[in-house]
Design a protein around this ligand. Structure first.
Ligand SMILES: *Cc1c(COP(=O)(O)O)cnc(C)c1O
Length: 418
């Protein structure tokens, strides 16, 4: 099986010291139903290292104050820490300037920001192109925009391995395509899209491209300038950071031409009853008191991930995926959903004759946390003709031993229900 990193010299990377890294995550010490926790629901949210937990605690215990306004010492300290996190995000995704980094509540809000602000320029007859593998957060905001504007939503299909059909995608692009929105890596299938090529195809017809990076950022190095996308959205909480904080990267020229998203404090320069004027980027898009602790925590998460190294994380996860895929191939009655050649650390499957929720319940009794359901990607389930799958998704702290525990649980499920 090919993986995300088979073009990189991963063989030369030193292996992660997973036993030591696990010590950084306090939650991994807990038990569930009397069994050691085996956390394989990382695509829904990842666990947090002490450094992230401490960064938030330290802010509240030592310099809690509102930012950007106060002249007092603590307000300046909080502003500095929050803005330093913005610089870390810029470095992390290799944006050209900090003005292009907008803090949001998460991927969902980032996409809604684009739909509601950039979306105002769409008219009846314009087209938005998405793909069949999108998360609901990258479908519904565009449906709502189509209802408001009269634009048309087009959907590029996937094949039976769960890979985007690039030829069909290219055929659906045309002079009416104003916006293309697609995931960098699918949360339901693990498929990694050839985003650089797709962005280039979309730019040839003059369309603007948004990438949903909610999964990709935790598993592969991302360089928005190299990919050349116009928007890139992700959440902190799937990247070992806090909930309630996320990022929208956008090309500066586009941000300059976009109207504000929400109105309120911080996003204005002057407010008069005759009319108001907007603050500079990125603050024009950040109305109201933000999630200050979350931003600081996200900065700590990026420091943590940077310290471990995304290339080493990706190599470790690829190895776990290879191991799990091999076991899955031998397991009686197991059908893998999503077998893309280029795939991140997600194993999605069904077991003949056993409902995914029953599998999830038995695994839970073994201390194994997986996700069962449609994974907020109902069109993907429809494509494969299943109501739901079981999804095991891996992170830097997972081990082969945990994958063995997962398969022991599946054997138990088969004995009980099969
Ligand atoms: C999780 C996820 C989202 C939504 O992220 P939120 O943090 O819930 O806003 C969107 N797209 C993909 C691919 C995801 O995995």
């Amino acid at each position: 099986m090919l993986t995300a990193l088979n073009t990189s010299p991963t063989a030369r990377l030193p292996a992660l010291d997973v036993a030591r890294l696990r010590q950084d995550f306090p939650i991994l010490q807990r038990a569930v139903h009397g069994q050691p926790l085996v956390y394989l629901d990382n695509a829904a949210t990842s666990q947090k290292p002490w450094s992230v937990i401490e960064a938030e605690r330290h802010y509240y215990a030592h310099y809690n104050a509102n930012i950007h306004r106060g002249v007092h010492q603590m307000s300046q300290e909080a502003t500095e820490a929050y803005e330093a996190a913005r610089d870390r995000v810029r470095d992390f995704i290799h944006a050209s300037s900090r003005e292009e980094i907008i803090f949001t509540r998460g991927t969902t809000e980032s996409i809604n920001l684009v739909a509601s602000s950039f979306g105002q320029r769409l008219q009846a007859g314009d087209e938005i192109l998405i793909t069949e593998m999108e998360h609901h957060s990258n479908i519904v905001p565009w449906q709502l925009l189509c209802q408001r504007s009269g634009a048309l939503l087009r959907v590029a299909p996937i094949d039976d391995a769960g890979q985007l059909c690039v030829e069909q995608f290219a055929k659906l692009l045309g002079p009416r395509t104003r916006l293309v929105a697609l995931s960098h890596m699918s949360n339901a299938l693990g498929s990694i899209n050839p985003v650089k090529k797709l962005v280039n195809l979309a730019h040839q017809v003059g369309a603007v491209v948004l990438l949903d990076g909610a999964q990709a950022v935790a598993h592969l190095p991302v360089n928005v300038m190299d990919i050349d996308c116009d928007f890139y959205a992700f959440s902190g909480h799937k990247l070992y950071g806090p909930t309630g904080i996320g990022v929208l990267y956008a090309r500066r020229a586009i941000l300059d031409s976009m109207p504000p998203y929400q109105g309120g404090g911080d996003m204005i320069r002057e407010v008069r009853f005759a009319g108001s004027s907007w603050n500079d980027l990125p603050y024009k898009f950040e109305a109201g008191t933000p999630n200050i602790a979350g931003g600081i925590g996200l900065g700590a998460a990026l420091d943590y991930v940077g310290g471990v190294g995304l290339a080493a994380i990706a190599a470790h996860e690829s190895e776990l995926l290879r191991y799990a895929t091999a076991l899955a191939g031998e397991f009686p009655g197991l059908t893998q959903i999503g077998t893309a050649a280029d795939k991140g650390a997600i194993l999605s499957f069904t077991l003949a004759g056993i409902h995914p929720h029953d599998i999830g319940t038995i695994l839970d009794s073994c201390g194994v946390a997986v996700r069962t359901g449609h994974h907020c990607a109902m069109p993907v389930m429809e494509h494969f003709g299943v109501p739901a799958t079981v999804r095991a998704s891996f992170a830097l702290y997972n081990t082969r031993h945990e994958i063995d525990t997962l398969f022991q649980g599946l054997t138990k499920a088969r004995e009980m229900f099969g």
